[in-house]
Design a protein around this ligand. Structure first.
Ligand code: HAM
Length: 413
């Protein structure tokens, strides 16, 4: 028989990793919640057109990486490669521009990109995503960056380099792209085939190239950040002032390229040295034209996403919190129903309780109690004993009702 395996590029998340993921999501929810971000969910698949229009036809994501399929009615659907387009679609669909602005939301869930799997890069991965839609106030850009940094800190992902830039408005960008294209055309023979082939579609990709010749050309290329219009420049200056006063370190990196087309003004990315080639822990930016592009009213927005798998890779296997547990051991066969009932009662009293459910000997049960790190073991035999696992002391309970008190007196409760 063929051995069945998880599809290429997907992960089975086993204990204790699955718990650590939930902890990270919990941290994000708490940090974001304190700044007024509310949870929001959108479907895992959407009309293919949403991403083509939202993320951008010329991006790698749309050109090569989407999991696209037809449903039974022949509609083209795509497993979401990112969250922002879907959230903006929902913002428009539900008339959320009528709510007090900005609408601040966050979500966590699975995303899909058909990329070549490698360390930290998967075909199904999990993002935490945050968005503030409906205001172009630069304090939102700064707030979101600082919240992401706080989430990383609390999740223990270690030091990360923050790169920051501004892309200006689409008009400035169009003029700049013309200038850049002319510059690249003039030095076409020094560029990689890949960059040359896509020169007209996306000349900015040249900044991202690994090719040495292209890199040499790009060191002399004109930079968008030197061409910003006055109000975009002022917006960027305010973002930096707020970040400076918060004491966060960053580099202004005009070559920062994000893989999505919707960005305007601020863009940023956090990179960790603890990750390999896929160093981006998270990133985002402003997308002041996206809602309108998707058919809504002109509406600015800003947000970010961070990959949970990469956050946990960067955090390493530092031991999670020890959770205090109680083990209920069954010392004679007819005590197992009593054990079942006692475990239920102790759980209802708020304790984390496991009992014997695999037919182990008494010796095996005490070993199991040790293995799960129980601080107390209740032994149900001819009498009811509560054993403090740290001191080894054993005390007798006169009835089941007395067990809770004795357990609570044991070390660690
Ligand atoms: P992104 O930079 O494409 O941005 O993805 C954000 C994060 O998702 C990355 O930094 C990385 O941690 C994680 N990630 C992306 N692709 C993979 C993959 N194949 N395997 C594992 N992790 C991955 C966005 O998705 C934008 N929607 C962010 C945004 C929100 N911008 C504005 N609002």
């Amino acid at each position: 028989v063929k051995k069945l395996q998880a599809p290429r590029g997907t992960l089975d998340v086993l204990p204790p990793d699955a718990r650590r993921r939930l902890e990270v999501v919990g941290i994000a929810g708490e940090v974001l919640g304190r700044a007024g971000y509310e949870p929001m969910e959108t479907p895992v698949f959407e009309d293919t057109e949403l991403f083509a229009r939202g993320v951008g036809e010329s991006t790698d994501i749309v050109q090569k990486e989407m999991f696209t399929f037809e449903d039974k009615a022949g509609r083209s659907l795509t497993l979401r490669p990112e969250a922002t387009a879907g959230i903006c679609r929902a913002y428009i669909e539900h008339g959320m521009h009528k709510l007090p602005q900005p609408v601040k939301v966050w979500s966590a869930g699975p995303f899909f990109r058909h990329e070549a799997p490698q360390a930290g890069r998967f075909r199904q991965f999990t993002q935490i995503d945050a968005e503030a839609i409906g205001s172009d106030d630069p304090s939102l850009d700064a707030e979101l960056i600082l919240l992401l940094a706080e989430i990383f800190e609390r999740a223990g992902t270690g030091p990360a380099r923050l790169r920051l830039s501004s892309l200006g408005t689409p008009e400035t960008r169009a003029d700049y792209l013309d200038e850049l294209t002319r510059f690249l055309r003039a030095r076409e023979d020094e560029l990689s085939d890949d960059v040359r082939a896509r020169l007209d579609q996306n000349p900015l990709r040249a900044f991202d190239a690994d090719h040495a010749g292209t890199q040499a050309v790009m060191r002399e290329a004109p930079l968008l950040i030197d061409r910003l219009a006055a109000d975009d420049e002022a917006h960027f200056a305010e973002v930096r002032t707020l970040l400076d006063s918060a004491g966060i370190e960053y580099e202004v990196d005009p070559t920062l390229v994000r893989g999505l087309d919707y960005y305007t003004r601020t863009v940023f990315e956090f990179e960790s040295e603890r990750l390999g080639a896929q160093a981006a822990l998270g990133g985002g930016g402003r997308y002041d034209g996206l809602v309108e592009e998707l058919g809504g009213p002109p509406t600015p927005g800003v947000g970010w996403a961070a990959g949970i798998e990469r956050m946990l890779l960067a955090a390493g296997d530092e031991a999670g919190e020890a959770i205090p547990r109680v083990f209920v051991a069954i010392a004679k066969p007819d005590a197992s129903r009593t054990g079942f009932e006692l475990a239920r009662r102790l759980r209802r009293a708020g304790l984390r309780v496991e009992t014997e459910q695999a037919g182990r000997s008494m010796k095996g049960q005490l070993k199991q109690a040790d293995r799960i790190g129980a601080f107390a073991t209740v032994i149900l035999g001819d009498s009811i004993e509560v054993k403090d696992m740290q001191t080894g002391d054993q005390r007798e309970a006169a009835s089941l009702d007395e067990v809770l008190g004795l357990v609570q007196e044991a070390t660690g409760s």
